[in-house]
Ligand binder design. Structure first.
Ligand code: C2E
Ligand code: MG
Ligand code: MG
Ligand code: MG
Length: 291
């Protein structure tokens, strides 16, 4: 193929590889510096509990406050970091920071739990349990207030270890949410093998719920199935009032999405929680439709 394209094209091709290599090297240096300079920050997104009609949980979501490019989404650096040793540094930073933030919430008399996302490299490493416990016990935090979120693909990439780690941490009171349910291998037979506390239905199912009749049927069957297995269920991507009502009606237990709030910095999150009050019409509706 190279011969066909001709010499000039070949040079162009290798130049672009060179460029990509340089870009990656640059990003690697930048991320390393960003860790040292504390440019990573956790934003918090509230999660609404239907039974209590209140917010007592939030998800920590990483952002990079880049001094030139502004606030960067995790999609701009997490996939890259996952290819290198950087992801473990980021994950441990997130653990440390989220635990500290949880303490800050408690200092403000905000009694809620938070969950942090973990990548497979970190979670499935030999010494994860040991490392985590070492950090956790120093913080003097009620374990019931802290959760991890891992994806079903992580769980299936090393079934035995995942099972073991979830069980071990479960013994000390730290539970796991299965993230992005429905997007991975979705081997339903595995669902029951892990002790997940909460199954988070991926936003792709929620966002298209309104537009796609077949998908809507699928989603409601998934929720019924998860309910009969006694899982707690969270719907991600509740962007508007329609979805908020619809998923309340579907016997989902927790709702997360822009309708309530986007992920926001800790400071803003604290005032959001202190001032949170549901609209009366919403409250009325929730009373009517929950048993
Ligand atoms: P995720 O864990 O599934 O997080 C949910 C994502 O959905 C977040 O994107 C959140 O901002 C977004 N979202 C929430 N509500 C809505 C909504 O109503 N509509 C729409 N369209 N989106 C909504 P975000 O913050 O960009 O994070 C993307 C992914 O990056 C996360 O997906 C997670 O896999 C990863 N990630 C985020 N923070 C961390 C972290 O601290 N550590 C690691 N390892 N991964 C992280
Ligand atoms: Mg998550
Ligand atoms: Mg998710
Ligand atoms: Mg997701």
């Amino acid at each position: 193929k190279a011969k066909q394209i001709g010499k000039g094209q070949c040079v162009f091709y290798s130049e672009s590889i060179q460029k990509e290599f340089e870009n990656k090297l640059h990003l690697h240096t930048e991320i390393t510096q960003a860790i040292e300079r504390f440019e990573f920050e956790l934003f918090y997104q509230p999660i609404f509990e239907i039974s209590s009609k209140s917010i007592n949980h939030a998800e920590a979501l990483i952002r990079w406050r880049h001094n030139e490019r502004g606030i960067l989404s995790p999609y701009a650096f997490i996939p890259f970091a996952e290819e290198s040793d950087l992801i473990e540094k980021i994950d441990y930073y997130v653990i440390e920071k989220s635990l500290n933030d949880l303490k800050t919430l408690q200092d403000h008399n905000i009694n809620m739990s938070i969950s942090a996302n973990l990548t497979s490299k970190t979670f499935l490493s030999d010494n994860f349990l040991e490392n985590f416990k070492k950090i956790f016990y120093k913080k003097n935090i009620n374990p019931n207030h802290y959760r991890f979120e891992i994806t079903e693909s992580i769980a299936l990439s090393n079934v035995e270890r995942t099972k073991k780690y979830i069980e071990e941490l479960g013994k000390i009171g730290i539970y796991f949410n299965m993230d992005d349910f429905g997007t991975g291998y979705s081997s339903l037979s595995y669902l029951n093998r892990f002790n997940f506390k909460n199954i988070k239905i991926d936003s792709s199912f929620v966002l298209n719920y309104e537009k796609d009749y077949k998908l809507a049927t699928l989603v409601s069957s998934i929720i019924n199935m998860l309910n009969s297995l006694n899982f707690d269920i969270t719907a991600e991507g509740i962007e508007n009032e329609f979805l908020f009502f619809a998923f309340n009606h579907l016997n989902c237990h927790f709702l997360q999405g822009y309708f309530l709030s986007k992920p926001i910095p800790l400071k803003n999150f604290i005032s959001f929680i202190k001032n949170f009050k549901l609209d009366n019409t919403l409250l009325d509706f929730l009373r009517k439709s929950t048993k």
